[in-house]
Design a protein around this ligand. Sequence first.
Ligand SMILES: [Zn+2]
Ligand SMILES: [Zn+2]
Length: 392
Amino acid sequence: MRALCWNGVNDLAVQTVPDATIVNPRDVVVQVTLSSTCGSDLHFIDGYLPGAAPGDVIGHEFTGRVVEVGPEVSRVRVGDRVVVPSFIACGSCWYCERELYSLCDTTNPHAAAQQPVLGYPTGGIYGYTQPFGGYAGSHAEFIRVPFGDVNCFTVPDAVDDTTALFASDALPTGFMGADLCGITPGDTVAVFGAGAVGLMAAASARLLGAERVIVVDRVPERLEMARTRVGAETIDYSAVDSVQEQLRESTGGRGPDAVVEAVGMEAHGTGAQHVVDRAKQALRLETDRATPLREAVLAVRKAGTVVVLGVYGLTDSFPTGVVLNKGLTLRAAQQHGQRYAPRLLEHLAAGELATSFLATHPMPLEDAVRGYELFKDKSDGCVRAVFAPSGT
Ligand SMILES: [Zn+2]
Ligand SMILES: [Zn+2]
């Protein structure tokens, strides 16, 4: 089958790889209809996140049709149109029983590689380096989905493929971010980053009852989407002296009740600290540019909540003292998509959430290398490049 492979730092190629097959009796094989780029892919494509192996098939956000099921699969059937969360859950370990699916204790066969860094390993994820499980990714004609009954969610007829696609990763991540804010009526939520995850967090915050949602970014097309597609207010951080001041002023001096940080270490900040971070990162002394996270901690009101969705490495410049003195609640997680998928598919079917506008650049899988270039450079208004591996 054809697939997009990582062959080295900034070296991607569409090539022929072995077909996806059933390995364990609870596996399902899905023919991938659509598969999207994600900002977190850029971390290992450019070598900041170690552990990708040459020939790894990448991609973790996808939707498709079930073409084969293992003998112990009971709920999912051949022909089902499904969306699959990017983290792989077993459904029965201590964490899965508590709906903390991305922390699954069972699905990462390379847990020993993560343990020294994190203390305890995460669950496995498709197409996301060897330490995250070494699973083949979704930028391919077919993909093996372990624990098919736990990880495949049937897409309602009213939800088209492009809309369903983002229920795999961007939407549940953003929705979880809004959920972790603990929104109460009248709240103001600020979202840092108007990529797909940030836009979905903003839309979800509105759905969950936030009175005001303020999106902070610098890319004009993305700020436009935040206003027109999500109904958020916006701040262009490259056009103001201080985002913190701007947020304070627009909230009567108190600051937003919650801030969702949806940028991560791809951040392009401004100011002296950012220059230091950037220089350190260029020298590989530190993998993070933590500007948006620091800004989030400073900007949120006292006793407010900061939710971290952006992907970071290990930062050495986190303002712990500010968290303490302001009495903040800090929450973070990789997405627990299996917890949210049924509810999100209902919202999509009812038209209460929209996602398809994120797919700014649909293209065949054979063009995927160009797709990642557009996506990385955010050129041509690209929010997400979306590949159609099965040619549909
Ligand atoms: Zn992702
Ligand atoms: Zn589990």
